[in-house]
Every structure is written in C-alpha cells, then in structure tokens.
Design a protein around this ligand. Structure first.
Ligand SMILES: NC(=O)c1ccc[n+]([C@@H]2O[C@H](COP(=O)([O-])OP(=O)(O)OC[C@H]3O[C@@H](n4cnc5c(N)ncnc54)[C@H](O)[C@@H]3O)[C@@H](O)[C@H]2O)c1
Length: 685
C-alpha cells in the first residue's frame, strides 16, 4: 500500500466527514493476507445487474459515475456483490474510546463505538466485505453506507432518529429525546419472496441485507459473546444427558472455529471437558490457536483418536488414585490379617504400592493438564465423525460423549458448509464455477455426516443441533434424521434450545451484554465486580434452587471469563441473567458511572436469545407446540415495545440464524447508560 503511514491513517474526524470524494481515495481492491467472503452467485439477469449498479451509484454525484461504474460492475462480476473496496477506510478499524468520536449526542458516539467494533479485523470474519460473523452477517452492504452512517451519527441530535433499511441509511428523522436514536430493520422481505434464492439476488442488488443477530445491529462483542452461552450449553448437556456436574474426562465433538463457533474451544475448557473441533479453514483454525482459544492443533486423525484414548485411560487412573488412600488402609488391614502383626511383608508391599501410586500420580498430573483440552482438527468434520464410527466398529469403544455441529448450515451452498469430498480450495472454486454440482456434494456430505453420528448416538453419544439449521439441511438432503410420529419442527435430535437452554430461558434467563465505551479494562473489571457482588447478594437473600444454580454458574462464568482473558475488541462482557439480576446490575452500573467509578458510558444490550426476542421454530420457539412456533408476531412486538420502553436503539431482523425460508425475527433493546438514570433500563427488564 502506497503513501506515508501518516497519510494512510485517516482520523475519526475524517471518518465522520461524509463520503471521501475530493479526491477519490485510491482503489486498492481486496487486501491480500486476510480472510475474504466467498464469491456470491446471485445469478442476476442483465436488468438486475443494471439495477445493482444503479443502486450502488445512487450514493455518488453523477460526476463520479464514469470512474465508479466500471469498477463496481467488475466487483459484481468478480465477487457477486458490490462492496466498494475503494471506499474501505484506511483508519485502523477498532472501537475507539467514546470521547474521541465527534458527536452532538453521546448516544450516537456509543453507536459509532459499537459499529467500529463490529468491523474490527480482530473481531470481524471478513472485515473488507463488512461481514462480522456467520459467513454472511453484514454490518452494512457496502462501504458507502459505512461513511454515510458515521456522518449522520456525528451530526445527530437528541431530537433525531436514524433510520436504517438493511444497511441503507434512509436518513435522520425528527423524533424526541426519549425515542430510540436508531431504528434498524434488516432483511424484511414480503413472505412470497422471502426465500434463499431471492435473498441472494436482493442482496446483490443492494436492497436487502442479512444482519445475522448482532452483526447488523452493531452489538457483536467478539466470540466471548457466545462463549458464555456455549459454556452453559455444554454444562447443562452434561447435567441432562450424562447426569454429571463435572465434565472432566468427557469428550465433546463438534465442528466450526469461525465467528461464533470458535467459542466452542474455549467453552469446552471452561466446562472442564475434552473438546475436539473440526475446522476446514486453516486461517480460522490458526486465528483461534494464536488467540489461545485452542490449546492444540493437528491435521492427524490418529492424533485425535490417541488424545481421546489417553483421556479415557486417565479417567480410569484418576478413579484409582482418588481411592488410593482408602486402598492403602485396606491393604494394610488385609496384610495384618494374613501375616499377623509382623510388619515387614505388608510394609514391603505397601512400599511397592506407594511406588506404583507415584507413577500413577505423575500420569495423573499430566492428565490433569490434559483433562480440559481444546483440540482443533484441521480437516472436515465428516472425516472425524466417520473415523469415530470406524473406531467404534473395530474396537467397540465409544470415544465421544457429547456431539454437535456449528458449520454455517444456514448458508450451506455459499461457503457455510464444506463437503467432505473436496479440499477447502476445491470447494471454494466449485461453489462459484458449478453451484449445482456443489449443492449435490454438500447434500451427500450431510448424509454421510448424519450416518456416522447416528451410529455413535445409537451407542449412547448425545447429539444436539446448535441452531445452525444442520438438521433442517440434513433433512432436505435426505439424511436419516426423522423423528417418528413427531411434528414437522422436530427431528431425531433436539435443538439446543429445545432440550438444553430452553429450561434456562423458561426461568427468565437470557443473555445481556455490556460494553465499557471508555475502552479501559479497569472499567470492565469494575463492572465484573459489580455483577458478581449483585449475584452473590441475590443468592444470600434466597432464591429457588434452579435460580441459585444459574446464578452460581454465572458467578463462575465471570471469574473464568476474567481468568481466560476473553476480551477481543471492545471491553465487553456477556452474562445470562433473569430480570432481577439484570435490573440490579444495570442500576449498580449506573450508580458507579454517576459516582465516577466507571469512567464512561456503558452500553447494555439484550439479544435474540432473550425472552420473547425471536420467533424461530427450530431454535427459540422450538418448544412451542400449538402451531404458533411458525408465527413471527412475538419478535415484532418485542422490537416495537422496546422502542417505546426507552431503548437507545432497536433492531428487527428477518432470517435469524437459520435461513431465509421463513420469517424469524430478532430484537435488540440497547440502552446507553451515560449518567445517573437518564433512561431507566426498562428494556433491560
Ligand atoms: N454459537 C451459538 O451459540 C450459535 C447459536 C445459534 C446459531 N449458531 C449458528 O452456528 C453457525 C456457525 O456460526 P459462526 O458464526 O461460527 O459461522 P462461521 O461461518 O464463522 O463458522 C463456521 C465454520 O465452519 C467451518 N466449516 C464449514 N463446513 C465445515 C466442515 N464440513 N467441516 C469442518 N468445518 C467446516 C467453516 O470453515 C467456518 O469456519 C451459524 O449457522 C450460526 O447461525 C450458533
């Protein structure tokens, strides 16, 4: 990249100054050395291509069209979408301390802080394509929208609201102090056209956008956001399926080390089990390893199997050791009985036993280090499952206790799911050169994956769908996942909401997160302390046994999150809590800001997993059996309600995490807490 570093570094003031047109920034195209979104294949006809181009050019005065039109047309041809790489800002993209943003209201500065975090290359999956996570979870559709939104936000007053249509800033509208500063809708398509194929076209034309859950609502806080939920899922899967509180020595097999799925590695270790996670994309695998979230990586299936066997042998040893003191006592008593009171022989034997024990002890120490393990397998998850099934067939050993999948099956034919028959590189080529063939291979691969999982689950392994539409796509592919006599939203395996998290949601618990916009880790430490104290106090005051278990898990979570240094990007924390905990924590944070113990505003957000946040029949509403699991009124009401209950911004998304074929909705009620109680946190309730 040319130019002096000083020139290259534009300031936040420039970023908020509107589209850079005079002069036009140099078009440097796609950066090499960073991950990029797969080429999209929208299959536009020539009329639609013209529309795509026209829609992209609408952001620029006509005097620039001669330069920009051919460039945008080429992007559309080469990548299936117009990202406007020329306008990818040169500033180091990250969440800057809130006071550095030019603004007329601190609420707008908080939004800018969150947007830049969602696009931070350390946080975002494909930063140049404005994808935060999930393969296609867009913050905006193109870079022109980024510049315009930052400009609007820096100009916004507390009597205005910014309206966002699927990435497109419609403009600043008159409102009032207590109205949301930002209202976002993403992917709202009328039902007849709300299909995956239509979506690909509409996205390419720049008129709709998939916002995932927290990408297009600017609330993503890096993989930590999901680590907590994943820890809870694994812990509660252990409780429900294996009947254990302690997962030491248990094995969890899954796939995906991407945006959200990357959390599985850390979660396995925090939950105390052995997690083996397959990932086809070496860049994603290495990112998690460098971050320290993966303890080991390998591309050898033999190594994976050896690690699992080692784990089970050590489980046996540990049982022996735990009992060793009583063994020694029993041994001596038996010796006395057999050889009378002459000590020499029994003591000789006891000495021998001690030596043996020391040997065990050494392996036990090694095991303890190994006990909680996150092992990244660089390869296709189907190969891993088939190898585990083969091991069972040949040795009778069941090497996995728990299983799931977090490939991006909500987007299986465009890079979300890599078929086992192809290498990563071959797959990336075929998905754009021959999408029909690619689809066939994906479906065959899904059938093979399910066959291997079925073999192991028949022997006692427990598998669940991780809300990624894995079972739905497997069913469409013709895999054997039917649950006999069940309704159409049920499969042979449960969704993680249906069986595991649903019980927790039913207690009123859901995730909420806070971001310390000072960017100061000390502020985060203060909020962690506040949250822990509030929960400890609540436990002391007396709660039901099930709530107490959740609070205890949460206290453990905050301590572990600090210990494992889980912050990537903004200084943020996630916590599952019920209304009582949420409100108490929010008010305590507010007080600390007013007293100057926390140096800057804290953004509190709730998300799709929260009570009544989402209508999604294979996930959040999977436990609803009166037929309304397929309706989407609840999420819309939640979104509208939060907007008049005082949220600083609200977002409604179509598509959820499970695909485009139906209307899933999702809500974020976000409150910016600036000083003592400007907005009493009603959406936090
Ligand atoms: N973590 C959660 O709590 C949660 C909750 C709801 C939904 N989900 C869903 O989980 C999915 C994953 O989310 P993400 O943000 O991590 O997506 P992502 O696209 O960032 O990561 C998925 C990863 O899977 C890898 N992969 C694809 N096919 C593979 C295969 N056959 N073998 C091995 N690796 C393969 C990809 O290379 C990619 O890195 C999405 O569908 C998301 O909606 C996750």
């Amino acid at each position: 990249h040319q130019g002096s570093p000083q020139k290259a570094m534009s300031s936040l003031k420039e970023i908020c100054g509107g589209l850079p047109l005079n002069p036009l920034p140099e078009n440097r195209g796609r950066k090499s050395g960073i991950p990029h979104a797969p080429v999209r294949t929208p299959n536009l006809d020539s009329h639609e291509e013209k529309l795509a181009l026209k829609n992209a050019l609408r952001y620029f005065p006509s005097s620039f069209h001669e330069v920009l039109a051919p460039e945008f047309a080429k992007e559309l041809r080469d990548y299936g979408h117009i990202y406007m790489y020329r306008f990818c800002p040169r500033i180091e993209m990250r969440a800057y301390p809130i006071q550095e943003y030019p603004c007329k209201t601190i609420q707008a500065a908080a939004i800018m802080h969150m947007i830049m975090n969602n696009l931070d290359p350390a946080v975002a999956q494909f930063p140049q394509e404005l994808v935060t996570y999930g393969g296609n979870g867009q913050v905006f559709s193109n870079w022109a929208q980024f510049w315009l939104v930052m400009h609007y936000l820096s100009e916004m007053t507390e009597d205005q609201t910014l309206v966002m249509y699927s990435g497109h800033p419609l403009g600043l509208f008159p409102s009032h102090r207590n109205a949301p500063r930002l209202v976002i809708t993403n992917g709202m398509v009328i039902p007849n056209y709300s299909s995956r194929d239509e979506y690909e076209k509409l996205f390419a034309m720049g008129v709709t956008m998939y916002g995932q859950m927290t990408a297009g609502s600017y609330c993503y806080i890096g993989p930590q956001g999901i680590v907590h939920g994943t820890v809870l899922t694994v812990l509660n899967a252990g409780r429900r399926y294996l009947g254990v509180e302690n997962l030491a020595g248990k094995v969890f097999v899954t796939s995906g080390l991407g945006g959200m799925s990357g959390a599985q590695a850390k979660a396995a270790v925090i939950a105390g089990c052995v997690g083996i996670i397959a990932e086809v994309d070496e860049a994603a695998l290495l990112k998690r390893h460098q971050q320290g979230w993966l303890m080991e990586i390998t591309s050898s299936l033999d190594h994976c199997i050896a690690q699992l066997r080692y784990g089970s042998i050590n489980t046996f040893l540990s049982v022996l050791l735990i009992n060793s003191t009583s063994h020694q006592r029993t041994f001596l008593q038996c010796g006395e009985k057999v050889w009378g009171r002459q000590p020499s022989l029994p003591y000789l034997c006891y000495g021998l036993f001690l030596v043996l024990n020391l040997t065990f002890l050494r392996s036990e120490e090694a095991k303890k280090k190994k006990m909680a393990l996150s092992l990244g397998y660089h390869g296709n998850v189907v190969d891993l499952w088939e190898r585990l099934a083969e091991e069972f067939n040949t040795t009778g050993e069941l090497l996995a206790d728990l299983g799931s999948d977090q490939t991006s099956c909500h987007n299986p034919f465009n890079g979300g799911y890599y078929p086992v028959q192809l290498s990563f590189k071959e797959a990336n080529q075929l998905m754009s050169s021959n999408p029909v063939k690619f689809r066939t291979l994906v479906q065959e691969s899904l059938r093979r994956q399910v066959a291997a999982i079925n073999r192991l689950s028949d022997q006692g392994m427990f598998f669940w769908d991780y809300g990624n539409a894995f079972l739905l796509e497997a069913q469409r592919a013709g895999a054997d996942i039917e649950k006999r006599g069940a309704n159409k939203a049920e499969f042979r395996y449960p969704s993680y909401v249906q069986h595991i998290m649903g019980d927790i949601f039913s207690l009123g618990f859901g995730p909420f997160r806070w971001v310390c916009t000072s960017g100061n880790p000390e502020d985060l430490a203060t909020t962690d302390f506040i949250a822990t104290s509030v929960l400890e106090k609540a436990v002391l005051q007396g709660v039901t046994a099930s709530v107490k278990q959740q609070y205890s898990d949460n206290i453990r979570w905050i301590q572990e999150a600090r210990k494992h240094n889980l912050v990537v990007g903004s200084q943020a924390r996630i916590l599952y809590s019920d209304q009582k905990g949420r409100v108490a924590i929010a008010l305590a944070i507010n007080r600390s800001i007013a007293e100057g113990k926390i140096k800057a505003p804290v953004v509190l957000s709730r998300d799709h997993h929260d009570v009544s946040g989402t209508d999604s029949p294979y996930r959040e509403t999977s436990n609803i059996y009166d037929g309304s699991a397929f309706c989407a009124d609840m999420a819309v009401q939640n979104f509208v309600g939060d907007s008049f209950r005082g949220a600083t911004w609200v977002a409604l998304h179509n598509g959820g995490g499970v695909g485009w074929y139906r209307s899933g909705g999702k809500v974020n009620g976000v409150s910016v807490h600036c000083s003592a109680v400007r907005r009493l946190p009603r959406p936090i309730k």
